[in-house]
Design a protein. Structure first.
Length: 246
């Protein structure tokens, strides 16, 4: 169980009030909580050198002099520059240590939201026309893409009916239910969702798998969730102090 981040105030209350007045308080507190969480994370010399090399390469800084000029232009002293360069590596190590063992459980909770789907969609306001176009597609008389480009009344017209690849749960819940039980390549009979008549064909459904990339994403989500809680607790404390101050 992680302990909450407890931040000592680096600014007087008036400084925090000024940040609040400028709309910058939440961002400042997030940066403060992040640094308090990961600042003491120890890195090997190899990890630190690799981080500096990546930082310089991403910004096209060819040598140490270029790096120093870049830091000076951004008013970053040596400690601030080091914190910025090493921050992502420290965050990754901290997150993996604290949340790596929870990544698979997080994945199982989120799996239905991570499944990806590609489907063809024809959305019409006229149920009779929807039925007619369904029959033409189902019989092989017409091509789904051609009819979508000609008749679709939603944004899928621009993609010739193709939607995705996209998370399955981005679709309307009633459409999600149909897609989950559909057979790829088989056009579904028209059905109603709100004011629309839909003709749909599932092209492919790719269930999410717990691979290395997904595990890293789950760890990052858990870290962001935890950090968000720390920020909110810190903000709540400051709100009370600022409101009570004369």
């Amino acid at each position: 169980m992680l302990s909450p981040v407890v931040g000592s105030q680096h600014l007087p209350l008036q400084g925090y009030q000024q940040l609040a007045n400028l709309g910058l308080l939440a961002d400042f507190i997030r940066a403060e909580c992040l640094q308090l969480a990961i600042g003491a994370e120890q890195l090997t010399q190899q990890e630190a050198e690799a981080a500096f090399q990546l930082y310089a390469r991403q910004r096209q800084l060819g040598d140490q002099a270029a790096l120093e000029r870049y830091a000076r232009a951004r008013v970053l002293g040596p400690q601030a520059l080091e914190a910025e360069v090493l921050g992502p590596v420290r965050q990754q190590k901290f997150s993996q240590r604290e949340f790596g063992a929870k990544a698979e459980a997080r994945f199982l909770e989120r799996k239905t939201q991570l499944d990806r789907v590609v489907y063809s969609l024809l959305r019409l306001r006229d149920p009779g026309l929807a039925r007619e176009l369904y029959l033409r597609i189902d019989s092989g008389e017409a091509n789904f893409a051609d009819l979508a480009a000609q008749y679709a009344e939603g944004p899928e017209q621009a993609t010739r009916g193709i939607v995705g690849p996209a998370p399955l749960t981005q679709a309307h819940p009633l459409l999600v239910d149909r897609l989950r039980t559909a057979t790829p390549g088989v056009v579904l009979e028209p059905f109603e969702i709100e004011e629309w008549s839909l003709v749909v064909r599932l092209e492919s459904l790719v269930p999410a798998s717990f691979d290395e990339a997904t595990a890293a994403r789950m760890v990052q989500e858990l870290f962001e969730q935890w950090l968000g809680l720390q920020v909110e607790q810190r903000l709540e404390l400051l709100r009370n102090q600022l409101l009570e101050s004369p």
